[in-house]
Design a protein around this ligand. Structure first.
Ligand SMILES: [Zn+2]
Length: 332
């Protein structure tokens, strides 16, 4: 008989024998930057993060950094009147995200700033790239190759502002290569790419789309995001991103795709793998906790630990602060 109970006898022994340890630096909070410089409000429907203007960024970010987090992922909220079919507000020299990056780099020099690179928050139709001319407003077919230089321009804009990482989430084929080449050509060889390599066409993005104002006006994203049924293809997507120059890769969502994370970890032991614990995953737990169905903080800890145990190095999550604080946050 093996005495497995020996290592489970009390908390100290369990802690000593734990195979997986979750720390603050594993967790990456996401923040939504808005045009109004003095605005700071919890995001409606996603209350553990913020809609923050440039002058209130430090106020929003400081509590997270005080908990030990050392990275942040930024999304821009584009005013409706600035949205265009090609999303050009995304790559203007003085874009919202460029200004936010400069502010954060100045105020928090030790923090790694990761910027989301995608057009959906900036296009009038809400898709992640430009649409083909013939299909405009019909089946919402994406013009993959015409989108690549736009994503590249957006990434260079963020790198120029000081972002250490750019994270293309548009799921365009060849986006990592196009961005890598553009960054190198502009002299930003040190700027790293976190590829949203295996991003599935998931039902779990709802609260985020409300927060980012990026829901597609027509159609869905199934023609460019991954089919939820495909695991082997996910590995091909990750392989392509690594070959194209991604310094880190991502699986999104996380909990429903632990198999993909685990297979990627086995296949690329040396790779930095991120997982996106999506708004839907987090808010489902929160709703269950608020309904008294389960202990939300424990369940969140279990999910985040499972994501790390499966092989993720980094976890983007809306619940990081809620979990890290010893007392359950009022907003959570
Ligand atoms: Zn997008």
């Amino acid at each position: 008989m093996q005495r497995f109970h020996q290592n489970r006898r009390n908390q100290a022994v369990r802690d000593a024998c734990a195979e997986t340890r979750l720390g603050a630096a594993d967790l990456i909070p996401a923040l939504f930057v808005v045009e109004d410089e003095n605005y700071l409000q919890a995001v409606p429907g996603l209350e553990t993060t913020w809609h923050a203007g440039i002058k209130r960024l430090a106020e929003a970010l400081s509590p997270w950094f005080a908990l030990g987090m050392d990275k942040v992922l930024l999304f821009g909220i584009c005013p409706e009147e600035h949205k265009t079919p090609d999303g050009r507000a995304a790559w203007s020299a003085d874009s919202l995200i460029a200004r936010a990056v400069r502010e954060i780099r100045t105020r928090f020099p030790a923090i790694s700033v990761i910027t989301d690179v995608c057009l959906c928050a900036y296009t009038s139709h809400g898709h992640c790239g430009v649409l083909t001319a013939e299909d405009h407003q019909e089946s919402c077919q994406i013009d993959n190759d015409a989108t690549l230089p736009l994503l590249a321009a957006m990434a260079v804009c963020h790198a120029r502002a000081g972002a250490q990482w750019v994270a293309p989430s548009a799921m365009m084929d060849g986006q990592v290569q196009a961005i890598r080449q553009a960054l190198d050509a502009a002299g930003f060889q040190a700027t790293r790419i976190l590829g949203y390599s295996a991003k599935f066409a998931s039902a779990l993005y709802g609260p985020f789309r409300g927060a980012a104002g990026s829901a597609p006006g027509l159609g869905d994203r199934a023609s460019y995001q991954m089919d939820i049924r495909n695991g082997r293809e996910a590995l091909s997507e990750i392989a392509a991103d690594l070959a194209e120059g991604a310094a880190a890769v991502m699986v999104k969502p996380a909990v429903h795709y632990l198999d993909v994370i685990a297979r990627a970890r086995d296949k690329w032991p040396e790779a930095t793998i991120a997982a996106y614990h999506t708004s839907g995953e987090f808010m489902a737990l929160r709703a269950a906790a608020q309904a008294g169905v389960l202990d939300g903080r424990k369940a969140l800890h279990e999910q985040l630990t499972a994501i790390k145990r499966a092989g993720a190095d980094w976890i983007i999550t809306y619940g990081g602060a809620a979990w890290l604080k010893q007392a359950e946050e009022a907003r959570w």
